[in-house]
Write a protein that binds this ligand. Structure first.
Ligand code: F6P
Length: 332
């Protein structure tokens, strides 16, 4: 079997570990793997990993070609957000490229946008498509965690631990913006792990006036410093917008806003992400043997599962309610 593998959308720590796993599992099972560069864009452009020396020929990745990449952040295949692939014509072009190069299967690694494309492709193409969930957002239904989420939380927590030092020294309130345009998983987990006082997430309407009342209360309880973790997609705006609103409401603390931004996407993956990536890459390859297609390889309660692509992105992945409550109870 000839398997294509690509990384698409926002890169996530652990994508390389997943790639290594796909290649090594395929080699173990007697398949060949070709890396496609720059996500779906590379499918349209016929751009393969290692083809710099071979022109348009698609070089097969050996087990050795993925040695010592698990510990590296980003993706050695490169990624992209490909507009062209969102159209029917783009999908048709991808199908003809996959057929021209005699691919039997494709393993896309990415988030909801990647799986929307994968769902369309698996309907239009006779080959098999099985995806691995790689995104720092943890916003895919059907897997308890996505590859890259644990590392992004770790990175944000490391930053907030440092911010807490200076916040305590100056008795300040820091609004720390983390990624997540539509999802508050990263914000909530980060807030809990970093002992933040408040989290503002897109799923819950935390209006500035409410934050202000809470901050006044915390001040009266003797808190020297306050950390408010704000998700990028917070309904009343990000950290800067919230800072303006807090200033207008006589905030009892001197405030600073910090946007962590793309720093959360980088860095060496945590062991948890490496293990998850290795497990799911291997499971995706094994699942090809059964003829499966149109599915994401996920992990639920410690078990590997296959979930139809549409299910992974058609509904919002809810935040764990008990964690919202826990954060509230801890900030007294
Ligand atoms: O999808 C992952 C993500 O990191 C989101 O959390 C964030 O909103 C977005 O990507 C940023 O995308 P870009 O790097 O294209 O600006």
């Amino acid at each position: 079997m000839k398997i294509g593998v690509l990384c698409s959308g926002g890169d996530a720590p652990g994508m390389n570990a997943c790639l290594r796993s796909v290649v090594r599992a395929a080699v173990s099972d007697g398949h060949s793997v070709v890396g496609i560069r720059h996500g779906y864009q590379g499918l349209l452009d016929e751009h393969f990993y290692g083809d710099e020396s071979t022109g348009k020929a698609a070089p097969v990745m050996s087990a050795r070609s993925v040695s010592h990449i698990s510990e590296r952040g980003g993706t050695i295949l490169s990624s992209s957000r490909c507009q062209q692939f969102r159209s029917d014509n783009g999908v048709r072009m991808a199908v003809s490229m996959l057929d021209r190069h005699h691919f039997d299967a494709l393993i896309p690694i990415g988030g909801d946008g990647t799986f929307r494309g994968a769902a369309a492709l698996s309907k239009a193409w006779s080959g098999q498509v099985i995806g691995c969930p790689g995104t720092i957002d943890n916003d895919l239904i059907g897997t308890d965690f996505t590859i890259g989420f644990a590392t992004a939380v770790q990175t944000a927590v490391d930053c907030i631990d440092k911010l807490r030092d200076t916040a305590e020294s100056h008795s300040r309130l820091f609004l720390v913006e983390v990624m997540g345009r539509h999802s508050g998983h990263l914000a909530l987990y980060t807030a809990l792990a970093a002992s933040a006082e408040i989290a503002c997430v897109p799923e819950v309407a935390v209006i500035a006036a409410k934050v202000s009342v809470r901050v006044q209360l915390l001040k009266s309880l003797g808190k020297h410093s306050i950390i408010v973790v704000v998700a990028e997609g917070n309904r009343e705006g990000g950290a800067l917008a919230l800072q303006e609103k807090l200033k207008e409401s006589d905030c009892p603390y001197d405030t600073r806003a910090v946007i962590l931004g793309h720093v959360q996407r980088g860095g060496s993956p945590t062991p948890a992400d490496r293990i998850l990536a290795t497990r799911l890459g291997d499971f995706a390859v094994r699942s090809l043997a059964g003829g499966t297609s149109g599915m994401m390889a996920g992990q639920q309660n410690g078990r590997c599962v296959l979930v139809p692509f549409e299910e992974t992105f058609s509904k919002h992945k809810p935040l764990p309610e008990h964690q919202i409550e826990l954060l509230d109870r801890m900030s007294c």
